[in-house]
Write a protein that binds this ligand. Structure first.
Ligand SMILES: [Zn+2]
Length: 96
């Protein structure tokens, strides 16, 4: 899994975000792609660059809407700054 040459920036602070250490990620998060977090204290902004596997799953789920009921993979973070993946796929419970 490759990292970006240029790190994403926090929309709130305009500072470069850091790649989330693998030991702070769940298995599901690692699978979803590469996560970036804002380093400012108290900032909950995160960005996910989706993996090809997740993109592929979204394609499949569009074709199998009834089939996929998934457990929620929600972190104990402030969800207000998170964008629900549901906007892309109604059955996806991942917060981006
Ligand atoms: Zn921030």
């Amino acid at each position: 899994m490759g990292y970006l040459m240029e790190l994403p920036k926090c929309p709130a602070h305009d500072t470069q975000m850091e790649v989330r250490p693998l030991n702070r990620q769940t298995k599901e998060q690692k699978w979803c792609g590469t996560w970036y977090d804002c380093t400012e204290p108290g900032c909950n902004c995160s960005i996910l660059l989706t993996s090809p596997e997740l993109d592929k799953l979204h394609q499949q789920q569009k074709q199998n809407i009834e089939k996929n009921k998934r457990e929620e993979l929600i972190e104990q973070k402030d969800k207000s700054s998170w964008k629900l993946c549901k906007k892309i796929n109604p059955l996806c419970n991942i917060y981006l």
